[in-house]
Design a protein around this ligand. Structure first.
Ligand SMILES: [Zn+2]
Length: 106
């Protein structure tokens, strides 16, 4: 069996997040893996902004299409759960790619 996935604390909320995850599964904070001021970091920042935009777009689509009642504290909670689910969708493909890369690395 493989060893349990390594985790590092989230920079924003401090909870343990898988090392390969691009986003914190708890608060959704984007996690940069490269040093500031490098081209890699710039690419990551662009990616973060892009996925942020997509997240907001998808959250708006879900909110419009899923018949969540307007107003009231309950709808805020529902939206938070939907956003979390969308974040998970973004995390998993990245984790999968990292795992695939790790397999082919010596
Ligand atoms: Zn976090």
């Amino acid at each position: 069996m493989a060893a349990p996935a390594k985790t590092t604390p989230c920079a924003k909320c401090g909870r343990p997040v898988a090392e390969g995850a691009k986003r914190c599964i708890y608060c959704g904070a984007f996690r940069f893996t490269s040093a500031p001021g490098t081209p890699e970091r710039e690419a990551e920042e662009k990616e973060a902004a892009e996925s942020e935009r997509k997240l907001k777009q998808q959250a708006a689509l879900y909110r419009a299409g899923m018949g969540i009642p307007k107003g009231g504290p309950k709808s805020d909670k529902n939206l938070a759960n939907i956003v979390k689910a969308i974040i998970m969708l973004f995390i998993n493909p990245f984790a999968a790619i990292k795992h695939i890369k790790a397999i082919f690395r010596p």
